[in-house]
Design a protein around this ligand. Structure first.
Ligand code: C5P
Length: 412
């Protein structure tokens, strides 16, 4: 597919990191040029160990560059950064991701990444152990938070004959991602695969009052729900966050603070609407109490009166209610925090609640779930698919959930 910006072809800086997959960047370069783009290659010093710059010189729209100090333009990095409509890095090695996340500017590629306001498309490629390392995943989450689009690696044969996740995405997928970024920029300014979508997210544990000073609650911190709301906003959605927490919420997200399951239910019903028309996506990350006291004492219960007997009643299942009123095309996501039989219980919830996705986490595992900044989840789809997200930041988990949501929206 060819892309034109007015009469000027789109200007693409193609960054090439030092990985064995650098040879595939040659194919990416050729396809970008074939698609009508002006391609300016920037190789890292070490990338030249894998593929020579002459190859790019021959195929690209201008000669390849490596150093800030070469050529007749003394400030190539600002020129490239300013001219770029997209900076695509393929392969983005663990090293390039780390330097970019830290904001380092110690070669022409990383300096260009700091000197640009263009959308950055990152195409990671590395060995599975490196890809799954929390440092790499955290760096990616940081870069995503800053607006980078990530084309995830594929699972397959890696260098040295190993098989696993980390193989550079197919050049065709990389070029498609660049084309999509350019197309969505033309439509809606900054790239965002949730642009024009209304997303409702709930977060935190509800607090059900026993008396004016005591509550029944749970260990949910709300961090995962907040991360989903932030990621959805960054990806262009109009976001309402219904939260029981007092965590800060970035500008641009509408926030509704609630405490009890009943308040959360009302806030959700107000936004979703009787016919489901109010929102396109509901992500129920809140840990809603399953039971609440039938009555709340109007004054403090006193110790001298002995242990109170608290009669509990079930709360209505809010998500099931939303699902019963869903409209075609709407995407519903539930959560399942479990300590045993994770996938079986999550699958049962997916069916019982009638939702599209259930995000299941084993909250008894180290670093997972409540109050941590990290999480590890299995995302179960009503279509039978399961996406495993190994231990990573809650921001990265949020993006993995939204990747599934975007795919579902696109398929309807
Ligand atoms: O059945 P369980 O409570 O484990 O289901 C968890 C999922 O259901 C979460 O998405 C939670 O937000 C939602 N839920 C709800 N209303 C309730 C209880 C849970 O919407 N009363």
């Amino acid at each position: 597919m060819a892309v034109q910006r007015g009469t000027e072809p789109p200007f693409v800086v193609l960054g090439v990191g030092a990985g064995i997959a650098a040879y595939k960047a040659v194919e990416v370069c050729r396809r970008l040029v074939d698609a009508g783009m002006h391609v300016a290659p920037v190789l890292t010093e070490q990338a030249q160990r894998f593929v020579g710059r002459t190859t790019f010189d021959a195929l690209a729209s201008e000669p390849a560059r490596v150093s800030v100090w070469e050529g007749d333009a003394p400030i190539a990095h600002t020129r490239l950064g300013q001219l770029a409509d997209v900076v695509v890095v393929a392969p983005a090695t663990a090293d390039v991701l780390g330097r970019a996340a830290a904001g380092l500017a110690d070669d022409l590629l990383t300096t260009t990444l700091v000197a640009t306001r263009a959308v950055v498309v990152l195409c990671p490629a590395m060995h599975t152990e490196m890809w799954e390392h929390p440092a790499v995943q955290d760096n990616l989450a940081v870069l995503r938070r800053r607006g980078a689009v990530v084309v995830p690696p594929e699972t397959g044969r890696l260098a040295g004959g190993d098989v696993g996740a980390g193989r550079l995405a197919d050049p065709e997928r990389i070029v498609d991602a660049v084309v999509q970024v350019l197309a969505s920029r033309a439509r809606s300014g900054p790239a965002g695969d949730l642009a024009g979508r209304r997303v409702l997210v709930t977060a935190g544990g509800t607090r059900e009052p026993i008396d004016p000073v005591r509550v029944i609650t749970n260990r949910s911190s709300g961090k995962q729900g907040h991360a989903v709301a932030e990621a959805a906003r960054r990806r262009g959605a109009e976001v309402v966050l219904v939260t029981t927490t007092s965590l800060p919420v970035p500008a641009g997200i509408e926030v509704v603070r609630v405490e009890t399951a009943a308040e959360l239910e009302t806030a959700v019903a107000d936004r979703v609407g009787a016919d489901g028309e109010g929102v396109d996506v509901v992500v129920m990350a809140a840990a809603v109490a399953d039971f609440r006291p039938v009555a709340t004492a109007s004054s403090k219960l006193h110790k001298v009166d002995g242990p109170p007997s608290i009669v509990l009643e079930p709360t209505p299942d809010i998500l099931t209610g939303v699902a019963s009123r869903r409209r075609p095309g709407q995407v519903l996501v539930g959560f399942a925090a479990e300590t045993d039989d994770l996938v079986e219980r999550a699958r049962a919830k997916l069916v019982a609640k009638g939702v599209d996705l259930v995000v299941a986490n084993d909250v008894s595992a180290p670093g997972v779930g409540f109050d941590h900044d990290t999480n590890a989840v299995s995302i179960l789809g009503a279509d039978g698919t399961v996406t495993e997200v190994p231990l990573t930041s809650k921001g990265a988990v949020a993006d993995a959930i939204l990747d599934r949501v975007v795919a579902l929206l696109a398929s309807r």
